[in-house]
Design a protein around this ligand. Structure first.
Ligand code: SF4
Ligand code: SF4
Ligand code: FES
Length: 548
């Protein structure tokens, strides 16, 4: 550790930390543009200028590319430091088009924010602005480029060089004509392309899927976890009045850093289209209370052993737990499994894993049979009259096979988020909430228990969480022990019983998750073979910064 002083405040920070991180981690505000914690240092924008006391007098230097040393005395607010920071902003704004009112980045633009914080000068130029051109260029499947807004911070270049390692971007020309561009004949179409728009500090790189759809200050942000694969990247759901406008990566230094793949990022529409909308009993749309009542009456006359349950790795841990409990207390837990006929998807050494479901490890944790071979064989023979199908769509995966397996079942009771082929076959259908409309937990491929929060209430009050639906059914069947009030209360009850969750409560789960002891990981850690990023606090610099 090194003992340093910033603006008169004495602090200890790990050796190797840069001055900017040292300041930020001790609540000292120091602006920065080109610096991104998980990319190599470039030190080109000069907005993080600080004054450092030295034996030969004070010197100005960039905070992001200066390592702390024992006894270092740093000033971020001295007149010299402030003047240098202000000059850097003035320089960046020299040729900027200042089209904030029509720029999609307005409201979350670092240039706007820094001008308000550090600039506030009257323009001093008496020659016309130089316009670089390049307005709204289509440079990739998801990406638009407005070259004239670019401040040449090179964050996007460092990202494509360092993370997907596809290197589509470069700075062309020199001096005031310098601008960002793709190489001739190359498109910015890598599997992680959306991240460049998050890290672009201005409105030069924007997402086609978000451009002009919504002003960012109207968006409400909720902590969540991506559902797209078993990596479970941390993200925020950003919505207004129940309409989702975007998923954005959320920082987790131990998992996805600040990145997410395009597949996960653009999956948000999937959760607001083709939804199962109404409770259906037979051919009639009815309300939830009627549906549960009818189902309870139906189940009363069926021997407990002739009821089977099919769960799914797309259900939350709480849904799975209540389903298991119901089968233990009312039916037969041996007649419960979670076969899921999905094919492995694409994987890479960045984030994506082949398992495209979010909670297969959760099934393992709760002891579910994830193949269900025996159960399905018995199903085919006609041993079951009723099947409770939760978040699973066998008819959508392989209709002929599903018909063979479930053909002899009298009534399929389907709990589904979407309008699927299995929903069409259901004798009773109950629409349920997506992970965006409820609280809950998943366990990812590297055994990290992660919490997602409810972003909004669905319009239809009959669309409830699967865990709560199962509890309602248990109560209608007069089975005791299902007096949960909400999903967190389900988690808290589960944590008292499941060894790996002992000591946890829903609200005590850290926002970056917790790795569960005793549950073997089924995937490599992310960023395999991608060199450790040099700037993260406590990590050793590997020499890249000095080269930059
Ligand atoms: S396009 Fe954005 S991220 Fe890339 S260099 Fe320009 S300002 Fe920086
Ligand atoms: S890697 Fe998987 S979890 Fe991460 S953003 Fe992509 S789909 Fe979502
Ligand atoms: S943030 Fe330090 S020079 Fe750009």
């Amino acid at each position: 550790m090194a003992k340093i002083t910033i603006d008169g405040k004495v602090m200890e920070v790990p050796d190797g930390t840069n001055v900017l991180e040292a300041a930020l981690s001790n609540d000292v505000k120091l602006e920065h543009f080109c610096y991104q914690r998980y990319l190599p240092v470039a030190g080109n924008c000069r907005t993080c200028m600080v004054e450092i006391e030295g034996p030969k007098g004070n010197m100005l230097t960039v905070g992001c590319n200066t390592k702390v040393a024992e006894g270092m005395v740093i000033h971020t607010l001295s007149p010299k430091a402030k003047a240098a920071q202000k000059s850097a902003i003035e320089m960046l704004l020299l040729d900027h088009p200042l089209d904030c009112p029509v720029c999609d980045k307005a409201g979350e633009c670092k240039l706007q924010n820094q001008y308000m914080e550090y600039g506030l000068y009257d323009a001093r130029r008496d020659v016309p602005r130089y316009f670089k051109g390049g307005k709204a260029e289509d440079i990739g499947e998801h990406i638009m480029l407005d070259q004239e807004r670019c401040v040449l911070c090179t964050r996007c270049i460092r990202f494509v060089d360092e993370v997907p390692k596809t290197s589509e971007l470069a700075i062309v020309n020199r001096g005031h004509e310098a601008k960002i561009d793709i190489f001739p004949g190359v498109r910015l179409d890598n599997a992680y392309s959306g991240n460049v728009t998050d890290i672009c500090p201005v409105g030069a790189l924007t997402l086609k899927e978000f451009r002009f759809k919504q002003r960012v200050w109207f968006l409400k942000k909720t902590e969540s976890v991506c559902h797209g694969c078993a990596r479970g990247c941390n993200m925020t759901v950003e919505q207004n009045k129940g309409h989702i406008y975007r998923f954005m990566p959320r920082e987790n230094p131990e998992l996805n850093k600040t990145w997410m793949c395009d597949e996960g990022r653009f999956s948000f529409d999937h959760y607001q289209t083709n939804r199962a909308a109404e409770v259906r009993v037979g051919k009639e749309n009815r309300n939830l209370a009627y549906g549960i009542d009818q189902l309870a009456k139906l189940l009363q006359d069926i021997p407990a052993d002739q009821v089977a349950g099919i769960a799914s790795p797309t259900a939350a841990l709480e849904d799975l737990y209540v389903m298991k409990k119901l089968f233990e207390k009312r039916f037969n837990p041996k007649n419960l499994a979670a076969p899921f006929w999905d094919k492995p998807g694409d994987a890479d050494n960045v984030l994506k894993v082949a398992d495209k479901t979010p909670n297969r490890q959760g099934l393992k944790l709760l002891g579910f049979d994830t193949e269900g071979k025996d159960l399905l064989a018995r199903m085919e023979k006609g041993e079951f009259k009723i099947v409770l199908m939760m978040h699973n769509n066998p008819f959508g995966h392989d209709e002929a096979l599903a018909q063979k397996v479930y053909g002899k079942v009298n009534a399929l009771i389907v709990l589904s988020v979407h309008q699927t082929k299995t929903v069409e076959k259901g004798a009773m259908v109950f629409p349920v909430r997506t992970f965006i409309e409820k609280n809950g937990t998943f366990v990812n491929a590297t055994s990290r228990l992660q919490r997602f929060r409810q972003a909004f209430e669905p319009e239809n009050p009959d669309v409830i969480e699967s865990s709560m639906w199962l509890a309602c059914l248990a109560n209608a069947l007069k089975v005791e022990g299902f007096d949960y009030v909400d999903t967190p209360s389900v988690f808290n009850a589960m944590a008292k019983e499941v060894e790996a969750l002992k000591g946890l409560t829903f609200n005590s789960i850290p926002s970056t998750g917790v790795v569960l002891a005793g549950l073997a990981s089924v995937a490599e850690e992310p960023f395999k073979g991608i060199k450790a990023q040099p700037n993260v606090l406590g990590k050793k610099c590997e020499g890249e910064c000095s080269k930059a």
